[in-house]
Design a protein around this ligand. Structure first.
Ligand SMILES: Cc1cc2nc3c(=O)[nH]c(=O)nc-3n(C[C@H](O)[C@H](O)[C@H](O)COP(=O)(O)O)c2cc1C
Length: 388
């Protein structure tokens, strides 16, 4: 399975088309959507597509190496699987499938707090290799218990997401009445029946629920009250004061995800964070937002020697990953593409997606004459036209 590559889906957009045909509309809509008018979503794509790289061909070249060392572990490629909540709604057992794939392919898989799989299950499947993404609970007892469980399960890396001070305003989900587990209204039932493989796999997997958070939810809580419960109890706003107790308690690598402003990167360094993920949540939160690749060059020049800088939002190919790394990222994440992969190809989807992205990236780096990931910055065409 490790070498699995399906010639029918050379591009992420091919996987997206196939996934659309196999997922109920409410689940697909939740996955693809940005927020409000999808302005940030589109801007992410425009910004990454405008990055240009310049090859250097007349120097000796002895092949290229995609591996990257992070927190004492050598990963096979400079990209990982971003945390995506409710993954199991989009494709049954998606977290389990992707966590296993990531472990085998030696790239990071980040489990979302609002995943359909429990953190304990994913720790076991990934043999301790998965990372955990935390939405900081406002309730101190839940926070304490969750951190204890994360530690006890063997997670080594904690990613704290700070760009959800309030739920994104997402017109598609509002129209669909999205809920977890899905509401059994006529429209949703019709959408489920129209996707027999999804329905069959869901019947086998059991109805998707937020397993990690389930212990903290009142029993038999009506679906309608879930959003209010989450907003009040689990998804607290995280400012620097909110991060300090986490830094004090968590002795492993701590990553702050969802920053775009260099002042926040500076604050994360002062906090003692080990990395930041420059991200606008895939365009799902602030619709007037800047694409993270824009401030990346400046932030990496200023702070790149003090903290690891990672980036996500809008990456869809090896070309885009190379563009982000050349602009200053040490590492990248992709969210939707891996779910498209699993939606299109089930258990094989993660392998295919990783192999496709790795092949594309190897191509680009070979084309450039670039020997390794850290050197990619030398191939960026900067705004003044100079490279490196
Ligand atoms: C459907 C969906 C659910 C997401 N859920 C979470 C989440 O639970 N926690 C989190 O930190 N980020 C979440 N994100 C954001 C991703 O981690 C990541 O920042 C984003 O998907 C990157 O953009 P891309 O999808 O264009 O690659 C979610 C993104 C999507 C598309």
């Amino acid at each position: 399975m490790k070498d699995y590559f399906n010639n029918k889906y050379p591009e992420i957009s091919d996987l997206k088309v196939a996934a659309k045909k196999r997922m109920p509309k409410f689940a697909y809509d939740y996955l693809i959507g940005g927020c409000m008018e999808d302005i940030s979503l589109k801007r992410n794509r425009q910004a990454i597509e405008s990055v240009q790289l310049r090859s250097q061909l007349l120097k000796p070249f002895d092949g290229t190496d995609l591996s990257v060392e992070l927190f004492g572990h050598k990963y096979a490629a400079p990209f990982g699987i971003a945390p995506v909540g409710l993954q199991g709604l989009m494709w049954p057992k998606a977290p389990e499938i992707l966590a296993k794939t990531a472990k085998e392919m030696n790239i990071p898989y980040v489990l979302s707090t609002v995943s359909s799989a429990s953190l304990e299950t994913i720790a076991e499947i990934s043999e301790g290799h998965a990372w955990f993404q935390l939405y900081n609970p406002t309730d101190a007892s839940i926070r304490k218990d969750l951190l204890n469980r994360i530690k006890a399960a063997g997670y080594k890396v904690l990613v704290v997401t700070v760009d959800v001070p309030t739920f994104g305003y997402r017109p598609r989900d509002i129209k669909n009445g999205l809920a977890m587990p899905p509401k059994m209204n006529l429209t949703n039932i019709a959408q489920m029946l129209a996707n027999p493989t999804w329905l069959y796999e869901t019947a086998l997997a059991g109805k998707p629920e937020m397993q990690t958070l389930k212990p903290y939810m009142p029993k038999n809580m009506p679906t309608d009250e879930l959003a209010a419960f989450m907003n009040k109890t689990v998804m607290g706003r995280v400012d620097i004061e909110g991060l300090k107790p986490l830094r004090d308690t968590w002795d492993g690598p701590l990553i702050v995800k969802g920053l775009i402003n260099e002042l926040d990167v500076k604050a994360a360094i002062e906090l003692g964070a080990d990395a930041v993920v420059m991200s606008n949540h895939g365009g799902r939160q602030l619709d007037a937002g800047e694409a993270p690749v824009k401030p990346l060059q400046q932030v990496s020049q200023k702070y790149g020697d003090q903290i690891k800088i990672m980036m996500d939002s809008g990456l869809r190919s090896g070309t885009n990953i190379a563009g982000a790394l050349a602009s200053g990222a040490d590492f990248t994440f992709l969210g939707r593409p891996f779910v498209y992969g699993v939606g299109a190809l089930g258990n094989k989807g993660g392998y295919h997606t990783i192999n496709a992205l790795s092949l594309q990236l190897t191509q680009i780096m070979t084309q450039l004459g670039c020997p390794n990931v850290a050197s990619l910055k030398e191939y960026l065409v900067r705004e003044n036209g100079v490279n490196g």
